[in-house]
Design a protein around this ligand. Sequence first.
Ligand SMILES: [Zn+2]
Length: 187
Amino acid sequence: MPSGKVHNAINTLSLIAISGAYSYAHTSKVFRLEPGAVLAFAGAFVAGTFLLSPDLDLAEQHVSIKNNWGWFGFLWVPYGWVFSHRGISHTWLVGPLTRLVYLALLLALPVYFLRDPIVHLKLEGVTRGPIFDLLLSFKNFWRKPEVARNTLLALTAGYYLSQWLHLIADGVAPDMGARFMPRKRRR
Ligand SMILES: [Zn+2]
């Protein structure tokens, strides 16, 4: 199976190729996207490659993708316990979703505890200033339904494509059925 480095190289080269194809389509006016959607696609693709790779199912061992999380790598160990290597985590539809759900669970706790202090900060007017204005403009940006929809679509496309390239490199066929039987443990 390809190592983390090989996966990273394949995905990075693919993103460069996609960028090239897109800028050609853009300049020849064949196909145009909003700059925000382009950024969302690229950001989700990079995050999917370097932070949310299917090989996080090996997080209970030493695996390069865990190191990309730095100090927070240990947070993925339970994910490695739950998901056997190249099991459900390496399926085309459910696999990428398991990592998003797990990430949401990880984020739920700090969001829960930080929400209150942030709300209070706002009430006191301490955060008014450039950062406050920036956050406000993000909020308004997100409120436009078609912008929100396009951004979400771009995020999903970028993330799933990064995952599928990994699965193709691993030789996992696109099937709908999750493989519940764990395979022999290998990278
Ligand atoms: Zn893999």
